[in-house]
Design a protein around this ligand. Structure first.
Ligand code: NAI
Length: 340
């Protein structure tokens, strides 16, 4: 039986509360199921910056490198020095953000099942900003053929694997950003010809933002550049009930990192009211990735069990406060583990 090494970043704000819930779920798996993990907690974020002078200390990086996958709770103001650096260092080129309707959650649509496939390594997130003169800042937006091609291919393969509506829409602003988004759009078009079984379309990012509210059920796979994907995936999470239900996977060739879509939510930190579903669903995505990479179907089974448990609890109206319920973080966590 393989024991997988998982590095854990507890992060800042609500991060440590969510990580406590995540560890309870992973420890339950260790104790009561056939899937086994070595769990290593590592320091990163505002807390690490204050304590060690670096938001991502070298010993943290070494520990992450030794793990099979990383589970990260949100970090705070140092997010750019943690997650964006990790994405680039490990070449985690695809940011996968599903938004799916769950029962009994007040939302603007009921049958949403879409995924945003966001390019994760370039665009303005390279952080190449400089002062052109004393009162003007220039930020560089980088879009390359290589990164556009591999994210487009990932998106089409995702549509095939999901086997649902079999649609990919590429989202861009090529009418204004003619060269950069023009390149992205052309590469998506080119890749689409290799997948005739998938319906391909294009949307300007502003129209996409509107259609996500007007007709979210029509979407299947959205492929887009880094900044647009960041914004649209938060919007999609809200469409199905809020950030507390939003998981994400940062996928690379050999290594991947899973985290909630949301940030450190300082406004509710320390109150035991954050919704832990975002990190539970991130664990579900991590299990699916490990299952595929290490050809271990047991993890697929456990991934399905996690999602089924969340769905069943919601059906019985067991919910945290953010989605209209009364349960605290720790109460919902306990109920999930009891259900499992
Ligand atoms: P945020 O995502 O932390 O919060 C936005 C709103 O959603 C808040 O009202 C918050 O209470 C609510 N919310 C978020 N997660 C929730 C959960 N699990 N349950 C219930 N309610 C939840 O966004 P904000 O306020 O813009 O950022 C706060 C900090 O997070 C910043 O310092 C930012 O840099 C950092 N951040 C870190 C990220 C990461 O680690 N990947 C990503 C985004 C932001």
């Amino acid at each position: 039986m393989t024991k997988y090494n998982i590095s854990l970043i507890p992060g800042d704000g609500i991060g440590p509360e969510l990580m406590k819930s995540a560890k309870m779920l992973l420890e339950y798996m260790n104790d009561k199921t056939s899937v086994k993990f070595n769990l290593t907690e590592v320091d990163a974020g505002d807390y690490a910056l204050a304590k060690f002078g670096k938001a991502l200390p070298d010993f943290t990086l070494d520990a992450i490198k030794k793990s099979d996958a990383c589970l990260k709770a949100p970090v705070g103001e140092s997010a750019a020095d943690v997650i964006i650096v990790l994405r680039r260092l490990f070449d985690l080129y695809a940011n996968i953000r599903p938004a799916k309707s769950f029962p009994n959650i007040k939302s603007i649509a009921e049958n949403v099942d879409l995924v945003t496939v966001r390019e994760n390594t370039e665009d303005v997130y390279l952080g190449w900003e400089f002062y052109a003169n004393t009162d003007t800042v220039v930020a560089l937006r980088v879009i390359s053929e290589k990164a556009s091609r591999r994210i487009a291919e990932y998106a089409f393969k995702t549509a095939v694997m999901r086997g649902k509506k079999k649609k990919v829409v590429s989202v861009h602003k090529a009418n204004v950003l003619r060269k950069s988004d023009g390149l992205f759009k052309n590469i998506c078009r080119e890749v689409s010809t290799k997948f005739p079984q998938i319906e391909y379309s294009e949307l300007y990012v502003d129209a996409c933002a509107m259609n996500l509210i007007r007709n979210p059920e029509s979407f299947d796979v959205i492929v887009t550049t880094n900044l647009f994907g960041d914004i649209l995936s938060d919007e999609a999470a809200q469409v199905v009930g809020g950030l507390g239900m939003g998981p994400a996977g940062n996928i690379g060739q050999n290594f991947s990192l899973f985290e909630p879509v949301h940030g450190a939510a300082f406004d509710i930190a320390g109150k035991n009211i954050a919704n832990p579903s975002s990190i539970f669903l991130s664990i579900k995505m991590m299990f699916e990735w490990i299952a595929e990479k290490f050809r271990d179907p047991l993890l697929f089974t456990e991934a399905i069990r996690i999602e089924t448990a969340i769905t069943s609890l919601l059906k019985q109206n067991y919910k945290t406060i953010d989605i209209g319920g009364k349960l605290s973080t720790s109460e919902f966590t306990r109920m999930l583990i009891d259900f499992l």
